[in-house]
Each structure stands twice: as structure tokens, then as C-alpha cells.
Design a protein. Sequence first.
Length: 536
Amino acid sequence: MKKLISLLKACMSSNMQLFKIKSKSEKKSSKIVLPIVLFIICSFSVWSYANMIMEPLSKANLEYVALTLFVLVSFMLTLVEGIYKSGGLLFNTKDDNLLFSLPIKKSTILFVRIFKFYLFEVVYNALFMLPAMVAYIRYGNVEVSYYIVSLLMLLLLPIIPIVISSVIGFISAYSSSKFKYKNIAQIIIVMIFTLSMLYVSFNIDNLVEDLVINANKINGFITKLYYPAAAYIRLVRDFNILELFKFILINVLLFGGSILLLSKFYFKINSNVKSVSISHNNGKYKIKQNSVIKSIIKKELNRIINTPVFVANATFGLVLFLIGSILLVVKFDSIAASLINEESLITVSTIKSYIPIVIFILIVASSFTSSMTCSMISLEGRSFNILKSLPVKPFKIILAKVLTTVLISFSFLLVGDIILFIRFNLNIFEMLLLIMCSIVYPLISSLVGIIANLKYPKMDADNDTEVVKQSMSSFIAVMLGFALIGINAGIMVLILALTSIDISILGTLLVGIILCVILISYLKNKGTKIFNEINA
């Protein structure tokens, strides 16, 4: 038992900051405060949405439908997060070699890993369910049994998402050695989820109205589709001890059976994931030599693709640019009509003449909200000293990181540009200017991001998420990005007041090119020194 408790403490210290174990001399509060504050802010947001949904439903005594909806939503969100986390918490974990070398039973190691995964999912699920449960107290007919049932639900509702995500994690881990870019699926899921949340936020009023009108149908559909939602609502509205025991028994058996089944294959999967296979033809190997810059770019691309949280966070603005381009092409007439009224002198042709300005603004905004380099130094982590020891000039390493992100950004922007060029028949000069903008502004964003990361590296992070979302360099790059959007818009307006649209874009672009030269010169002179001073 002592070994189990010690192992639990040690494993909970990794990747779960709230449970970090530190010595008495170390300050723990600074590491705990931020996650707790973020949890409170997110919970308050969910509570506000829950109240917004329950208030109109309560007038028809249908407030329980909101609970049904939140059970389904929390299931989906917990499932997505579980798929995302199962790879790092269950399969191919960093401490495998250490744990397997200790005199500990493999069954104990598996139990600890699953318990850690379960605890993480309970906390994550509570982020969405707990605020909804609290909001229901205000509108529903609450008895003592409601508190007991809700507390048990917080512990039991994550079980089914855990089982499903573990199965998907099993499949992903099993195929990882055969599929080079296994994290692409995770990246796509995260992007779809983020865009869906944006859609819900912008259309919440219409969605609530539709929910009130079709509340009974929606509730019936969800309860038939998802048993835990049906069980929870039945227990809330008409408490039955047998129903409660039945629900507990089903979840315990499902969880226990999944663990038993997983234990049959778990360690074989882990060993296969870490294995490396080498193929050759007749014993002859063909070695392809690349330039230093090209080799580092390939290395950076592989690292980026294998870091889903980095891709989802950094390319969000670029994905929005593509979506905005498509919407502008498909819905231009309706968008233009919404900007025109009877008293206005603006016509559709007038709005269409300003399309190059609109495209320019979209390119600038997308570039400065997609700062990738602001965490690329920090992502090296403890391997940064190995990077420094290479016989390569630091400026080349920095430049390769910058060019990697410019290539990614330009790929997205060029697709959107072509779509817009075809639809709005821009002239050759305008198209060349906007393509140049699609190179220059991502370059500025990348240079600003890498400078911020060199100034404020975070080399001791426990995971990639902490680097990407909780570092000082990321915060500075985002704030500077917003400032640069405003500055470029201001320059555009000033020049546009004096000359034509094409010249105003050209003038603003020239200012951007000058800024690029200044930033590159700074990196070449000062960046190398800062790079050499960083220690992992």
C-alpha cells in the first residue's frame, strides 16, 4: 500500500500542476493560483450560459432539459479531451523506462495511470457540469437527494467518455508506428471543437429560442441516445434508490471490465509504440543530404505536426482566414446588402471596389493572431542545449524556425487569396501586392514571436500546453500582435485619405518590409547573443 501511495504521489506530480509535490522551501502558491483562477473564470462562464438556457425553460417547467443538454455536452467535451490526453497519460508516456525498471507490479503501474487519467477527466468534466448543477438549484424543485445524486454524477459521468477515449487512444497508439502523422486527427478534432464553440457563442440567442420551442423533442432524443443523461434526469425528478444503484453498478462494471481488457494488451502496445523499425533494400542505404536550413525546417515541421496543442493554437487565425474567405465569396451579396440602407449613398459596387482593402485587413489580422514562433524556443525544453551544441550558427537556427512558420502561414493565406482573386476579379498589381502581404506580415509576426520567446524563454515547463498557453512570451506576442493590427490599420487609413487603394496597400506594405529588415537585423546582432545565454 505504501508503494502504491508513493507511486500515486509521484505520478500526480507530472503534467498535473495542481497536484505538484514540492519541497517546503519552494513556493507552491504561484503555480496553483493561475489554474484555479482559470477554472473559476471558465466555471462562471458556463454558469452564465446555464442560467441563460434555464431561465426561459423554467417558465414552462422544463428546466431539467438544460441538465440533459449539459450532460450530453460535457460527455462530448470530456470525450474530446480524453482522446487528446490519453496518448500522454496512458500510452507512450515519458516515465515508462523508469517505472518499468522499478520493483513494482505492472498491474499497479496500470492502475496508477488509469486513476490519474480518471482524476483528470473528473476535474475537466466538473468544469462544465458543476456550474450547470449549481444553476439548476435556482430554477428547479431541489431536494436533499438532488445534492447526493449530483455529487455521485460528478464522479460517474466521466467513466463512459474515459472508456471510449481509451479505446480510441488504444487504436491510435497501436497504429502510431505505422502512421507517421498520427496527431493530425487530434488537430482536426481540436479545430472543429474550437470553431463549434465559436459558432455556439455567436448564435446563442437563436439556439436558446429553438431549444425552448423543441425542448421535449430534444430531451427525448438525448435521453434515448445517452443512458447517463436519462438516468440523471429520472433521479433528479423522481429519486429512486434502485435506479441509483443500477446506474452505479453499470458504471463500475463498465470501468472495471475496460481496465481488465486493457491490461491484456497495454504493455505490449507501449513496447510496440517505442520500437523503431529500419527497412533497407539489399543492404544498401541511400543517404540524402540537405542544407542546414532545410534540415532544421524539416525537423521543425515534424515537431509542429506532433504537437497538436501548438498547431490548434497557432493556426487558429489562419483557419478563420480560410473560413472568412469562403464566406465572403459565398455570402458577399447578403453581407453587402446588410451594410446598405435607404439613406446611405453606399452601393454594392462601392463596397466591391474596396475588396482589396478587406482582403488586406484579413491577411494582417490572420497573420498577427497566428504567432507560432513565440513558443518554438521554449518547446525545445531540456534538449535546447543539444541544439546549441550543433556546429550551426544560432542565427541559422533562428531563421529556420521563422521560415518554417512563414511557410505554414503562407500556405493557408495563399489558398484564401486565390479563392478571393477568382471571385472578385482583381487586377494583376493588386494580386501581386496581396500575395506579397501574405509573405511579409506572417514574417513580421514570426520575427516578433521569436524575439519575445528569446527574451522570455520557458525551458522548464512540464508539458507543451504550459509553454503554448501559459508562457510570458505567448502573452507578449499576442498583445503585440493586436497592437500591430491597429497600427497597420491606422497607416492604411492615413495613406488612403491621400491616394488610391492600390497605393495605400503598397505604402503600408513598404512600412512592413522596413520593419522586417529592422527585426532581422536585430536578430542577427542581438538574437545570437541572447540565444547563447539561454540554458535549459
